[in-house]
Design a protein around this ligand. Structure first.
Ligand code: NAI
Length: 308
């Protein structure tokens, strides 16, 4: 199993580290445009192998896509992250050009690759990869919902004063502060709906804190987060590489599911060796359906800024 991670910055390097630590991939190639940067990160990570007990070989490359040839999975994290006060949508101008070039170069050297898009605005970048490459839709996956769901569970556990492993919940919709749809009505603590334990106010707090989860960290760090994003990406990579048939909310091209078409947006999918093996249509309340439609309208507005 060969995995390429384009962008050896905060998220790319963190994701490469988690993949290596889980020890399921033979090889991870880190690629970056900054001279020597990916090579340096790869060498530093390889020097943790004997300490952390993994055998995954990590190599680095400065923009030489021949080194990525034969990749089974590629992760695109190249581009600029947001600064405090910025929205993810504001990154489109620079990131669209980068993501399009990177996706095309990856496919040239790895025609059978499955691509995971991370660069923001992620739903629009995932849609762009569809439009620019024509890869089958099961092989283009946007990562956002897996991270937002992890942040949702973190806040649920806090509100419930419960261990994280006791809580479950999912965030669907667009990967943006306004667009994400945390499914509080479906969230559980040990399989019991959280509405049994939490007041309306507490549930609203969980939803609001989840939606601004990324912005809160950007405010604290001065740039966007990397540990949880990297871990979330590594979870998707592992599910595909190990054919786990696990469900994650991912940005996927919809063709009528959830009443939506010609859009990539977060919905629950089953990930296995064929990438997105199934889009799962869960029962939504009327209020959740309305939020999903509103979220889709926001994503479509951003898609409208793309130039093909
Ligand atoms: P970063 O600035 O630390 O790393 C980005 C890297 O991309 C840099 O090392 C840069 O040299 C490289 N790069 C730029 N153009 C390139 C090109 N043409 N080819 C190869 N490499 C290139 O940024 P960070 O924090 O790693 O974030 C990366 C992206 O991921 C941002 O767009 C950010 O908004 C997004 N992100 C998305 C998340 C999600 O849930 N979907 C979560 C966190 C970040």
């Amino acid at each position: 199993m060969k995995v390429t991670v384009v962008g050896a910055g905060a998220v790319g390097a963190s994701c490469a580290e988690y993949i290596a630590m889980k020890n399921f991939a033979a090889e991870v190639v880190l690629l970056d445009i900054k001279e020597g940067y990916a090579e340096g990160k790869a060498m530093d990570l390889m020097q943790t192998a004997s300490l952390n007990g993994f055998d995954t070989k990590i190599t680095g490359s400065t923009s030489d896509y021949s080194k990525t040839a034969g990749s089974d999975i590629a992760v695109i994290t190249s581009g600029i992250p947001r600064k405090p006060g910025m929205t993810r949508e504001e990154l489109i101008g620079i990131n669209a050009g980068i993501v399009k070039t990177v996706a095309t170069s990856l496919i040239e050297h790895s025609p059978n690759v499955t691509i995971i898009v991370v660069s923001n605005p992620m739903d629009t970048m995932t849609y762009l990869v569809h439009k620019a490459t024509g890869l089958p839709k099961n092989r283009i996956i946007g990562m956002g919902g897996a991270l937002d769901s992890a942040r949702f569970k973190y806040r649920l556990a806090q509100a419930l004063e419960a261990p994280i492993s006791d809580v479950d919940g999912m965030v669907i919709g667009g990967h943006s502060d306004k667009g994400m749809v945390p499914l509080i009505g479906h969230a559980t603590r040990n399989s019991v709906k959280v509405s049994e334990f939490l007041s309306e106010d507490k549930m609203n707090w969980v939803v609001e804190e989840t939606k601004v989860g990324g912005a809160t960290l950007t405010g604290l760090l001065g740039t966007s987060a990397w540990y949880a994003p990297g871990a979330a990406v590594s979870g998707l990579v592992q599910a595909i590489a190990c054919d786990q048939k696990k469900m994650f909310p991912c940005s996927s091209l919809l063709e009528g599911e959830y009443g939506l078409e010609d859009i990539c947006i977060g919905v629950p999918v089953i990930l296995g060796k064929n990438g997105i093996e199934k889009i799962v249509e869960i029962e939504l309340s009327d209020a959740e359906k309305a939020k999903m439609q509103e979220s889709a309208a926001g994503v479509k507005k951003t898609n409208g800024l793309l130039e093909f």
